[in-house]
Design a protein around this ligand. Structure first.
Ligand code: HMG
Ligand code: MG
Length: 298
């Protein structure tokens, strides 16, 4: 059946803004995160501690984090390696995410490593973080298809998922980086993961909406027991190292569906929509979210 409550893992400030051509001023980023928290989001992925040349849009992480001192939401950040972890810990970060790939092509493009080399890079990061009492999420990209390799065997997803859990990740997020998944495929992957001892309670889903399937896929995942859903305010997003990736599932579209199903998220849709309209003003283009457009003609 469906749950009474879903936790939304908001990725707009990270997945959304990493893909913008222009660099959003750090004051605007901080205000964006404060407004998202005020709208009731309890987990907001704030930024990444990656190489500044790889993602210049998020090179201001050191400036941003201290500006969020009063924000009570959980503020996870992306960390690929020891250098990134040192930077994050120095700022008092309490939650990180490592980000692995299920496919070799994307591991190379995004991390300059093979899949196994990237898992070796993550091992000491996860161990050190956990010793410091820091919560660790593990992302898996290209779980449902890869722009270079095409179809991705479910066994490959299960292998990387098992490895990330064995490293000590608290939660795994299954990424449909290029938005090609359909609901039957989501069910098949979740069933395969269950069979190798990766239960739905440890999983989140991370759908990009390229083909308009993100909401249907989310519903399929909820029916399989998933209780954490990634989404980005206004549908911002994409990945600079994955061609054909568009924005994430829009948080407003997700909240509209969950409200209708009577599933509690704690999010105030009016405040959230106002925030996305405000951000669209800064980015100079309308939000792609259907719900944002319906609720506030731009
Ligand atoms: P590399 O070139 O192999 O790095 O990149 P390296 O380990 O060889 O180090 C080279 C130099 O970079 C060194 O400096 C390091 O100190 C420095 P030097 O000694 O030569 O002067 N360096 C760093 N500096 C600052 N912060 C760091 C850092 N690391 C090394 N953390 C690396 C490897 C992982 C660094 C690079 O590939 C990288 O930064 N990748 C990040 C790519 C990225 O952020 N992609 C987007 C996020 S993933 C995503 O969007 C998908 C997701 O949404 C889920 C989905 O949709 O599927 C999560
Ligand atoms: Mg993503």
């Amino acid at each position: 059946g469906l749950p009474d409550r879903v936790r939304i893992h908001e990725v707009g400030p990270r997945d959304g803004l990493q893909n913008e051509k222009t660099v959003v001023p750090v004051e605007v980023k901080a205000e964006f995160i404060r407004r998202l928290a005020d709208a009731g989001l309890t987990t907001i992925e704030a930024t990444s501690f990656v190489h500044p040349k790889w993602v210049p849009q998020l090179a201001d992480a050191e400036q941003l984090m201290p500006m969020l001192d009063g924000v009570t939401a959980r503020l996870p950040v992306l960390v690929p390696n020891g250098r990134g972890l040192d930077r994050a810990l120095a700022l008092g970060v309490r939650e990180i995410a490592v980000f692995g790939s299920v496919t070799e092509s994307f591991a190379k493009a995004n991390l300059n490593r093979t899949v196994d080399e990237s898992l070796e890079m993550f091992a000491p990061v996860v161990a050190t973080a956990r010793e410091a009492g820091v919560t660790v999420r593990g992302y898996l990209s290209m779980c449902f298809g890869d722009p270079w390799e095409g179809a991705v065997p479910v066994g490959q997803v299960a292998r990387v998922a098992r490895r990330l859990l064995d490293l000590g990740c608290d939660e795994l997020s299954l990424g449909d980086t290029i938005g090609v998944a359909t609901p039957g495929h989501v069910s098949a992957v979740l069933t395969a993961l269950g069979a190798v001892g990766v239960p739905a309670e440890r999983l989140a889903v991370h759908f990009h909406d390229t083909y308009g399937q993100a909401l249907s896929n989310t519903l399929a995942a909820l029916r399989h027991g998933v209780r954490v859903v990634d989404a980005s305010a206004g549908g911002l997003g994409g990945c600079p190292y994955a061609k054909s990736a568009t924005g994430n599932l829009a948080t407003e579209d997700l909240v509209w569906m969950l409200d209708g199903l009577g599933i509690d998220t704690g999010v105030d849709l009016g405040r959230l929509t106002a925030t996305s309209v405000w951000m669209a003003g800064h980015l100079g283009r309308p939000s792609p979210s259907r719900t944002v457009r319906a609720l506030s003609p731009q």
